[in-house]
Ligand binder design. Structure first.
Ligand code: AHR
Ligand code: AHR
Length: 481
């Protein structure tokens, strides 16, 4: 049985069932998600390998070969048509054209389930999915349950990395108008023990870690790589539950009456569905999401415990984030541009600015050093890499506002993540393309001889689709100096 078969037997059927990694009903054979590729803007659907099975990642890999792909639709497997698509502007605007949110890269969150490759949804700040016209999701004070499987190591303190019930207007319509899973380190409304990240319930104008606004000691910091997050709520009753999605059982962090703060009892749920954003389209949070459902009715703990056993049996595990030319920490490299107009230029820096410069074996040592980078284990994720300047030890290539700089490592979480890159086989077919770890739709690109992290089409000049594949493909060799 799948998670939604288990919820149905418990009398609390799924009214939304979303996953890019697997079917959530044992008989489901339909599409899990849709991807759109950059080369010709065509789309294809990704289905399970077999009924109830893991996503057919090979379909995506061949469709997206030699280009980039975005996740455009996450289909609802419940039959209610509650699909998630690119979130529109609301109380806050997203970064794409007309205030829409960004779509997620189709390749930012690879995993395996029982050894079979699949892709999750890597939410960078700015990314969001939504359905404001959903069918059958709880409204008012009606009871519902929900769970999500998340990456417990990918989070930030922005508002709000959520999955669940939100406003149909994409605007903040007041306390109690949401009921969603939140995961991260925001302390703007609530917190739990330790430094986080925490599972909290986003009930609108409040992330709740327990019955009180603010701190509740029963809500633990999460340390597992794969995390099962559970939120449920009904008339004057709600609960927060969680556990390691790769082993063991769920614990109850809170179960009891609604918060006494005004507006949360009774609730005023509206029944839209969000992923990766707050109810008012707040877009500054990050996280990785693999699957989740919403139910009709308040699931029993026993039902959720069976769902957790199903999740553990799915055997989520990590897999490589890199491919192509193998990099070795401690060695020094050069990166040569491959675009025909620039193929004698190398990724270099002048002061803090990252650029490309023509370098040859007879160039001055200063220039050679400016174009030489020491490979380091990724400061923000040890499965990827950081590039330390050979002439300025302690300074690394990092992006800020999507522009590349060489800056001193200040040891902040932001710096480390901005300085982490995951090389893959070159998108043009030549060399390597170097993906930003925290913005995996974006790759190191030269544009007018300056360095950026660029997406294949987008709102910045450097996101131009023209020459994108060539501009993001670099030949990696031993360094000049
Ligand atoms: O409740 C926290 C956040 O507050 C909601 O997600 C958002 O709508 C509002 O800004
Ligand atoms: O470059 C994109 C973002 O811009 C970085 O993550 C952050 O440091 C800056 O605000």
């Amino acid at each position: 049985a799948g998670p939604c078969d288990i919820y149905a037997s418990g009398g609390t059927p799924c009214v939304a069932a979303h996953s890019t990694t697997r079917a959530l009903y044992s008989s489901y054979t339909g599409a899990l998600y849709q991807v759109k590729r950059g080369s010709d803007s065509t789309t294809t659907n990704i289905a399970p390998l077999s009924a109830g099975g893991v996503a057919n990642a090979a379909t995506q890999d061949s469709f997206c070969s030699g280009t980039t792909c975005l996740i455009t639709i996450i289909y609802d497997q419940s039959g209610r048509g509650n699909h998630l698509t690119q979130a529109p502007p609301g109380g806050f605007q997203g970064p794409e054209a007309n205030g829409y949110d960004n779509l997620a890269s189709a390749t930012g969150a690879p995993v395996t389930l029982n050894g079979q490759k699949a892709y999750g949804v890597f939410v960078s700040p700015g990314t969001g999915y939504r359905n404001n016209n959903a069918n059958g999701i709880a409204t008012g004070d009606a009871a519902e349950g929900m769970y999500s499987i998340l990456d417990g190591t990918h989070y930030n303190s922005g508002c709000c990395f959520d999955y669940g019930n939100a406003e149909t207007s994409s605007k903040d319509t007041g306390n109690g108008h949401m009921e969603a899973i939140y995961f991260g380190t925001s302390t703007a409304w609530g917190s739990g023990s330790g430094n986080g990240p925490w599972l909290m319930a986003d009930l609108e104008n409040g992330l709740f870690s327990g019955v009180s606004s603010g701190y509740n000691s029963g809500d633990p910091s999460i340390t597992s790589r794969f995390f099962t997050a559970v939120v449920k709520g009904g008339p004057n009753l709600w609960a927060l539950r969680g556990g390691n999605a790769a082993s063991g059982s769920l614990s109850t962090y809170y179960s009891g009456i609604r918060p006494t703060a005004s507006g949360y009892n009774p609730m005023s749920k509206e029944g839209a569905i969000i992923l990766g954003i707050g109810g008012d389209n707040s877009v500054s949070a990050q996280g990785t999401w693999y699957e989740g459902v919403m139910t009709s009715g308040y699931p029993s703990d026993a039902t959720e415990n069976s769902v957790q056993a199903n999740i553990v049996a799915a055997k989520y595990a990590t897999t490589s984030l890199t491919s192509g030319t193998v990099l070795t920490a401690g060695t020094s490299i050069s990166l040569r541009a491959t675009t025909s107009s620039s193929n004698t230029r190398y990724l270099a820096h002048t002061g803090t600015a990252v650029n490309t410069q023509v370098v040859t074996s007879s160039s001055a040592t200063t220039l050679k050093q400016q174009a030489s980078w020491t490979v380091r284990t990724g400061l923000g994720n040890s499965a990827c890499f950081s590039f330390e300047s050979v002439d300025t030890p302690g300074s690394y290539i990092r992006h800020s506002d999507f522009t590349l700089y060489v800056n001193a490592n200040d040891n902040s979480k932001q710096f480390k993540e901005d300085a982490t890159f995951c090389p893959q086989s070159g998108i043009s077919g030549q060399g390597s393309s170097i993906r930003s770890w925290n913005y995996p739709t974006r790759y190191i690109r030269h544009y007018s001889n300056a360095g950026y992290i660029a997406s294949n089409g987008g709102v910045h000049t450097w996101d131009s689709a023209t020459l994108f594949n060539d501009d993001v493909s670099w030949v990696i060799s031993s360094s000049f100096a």
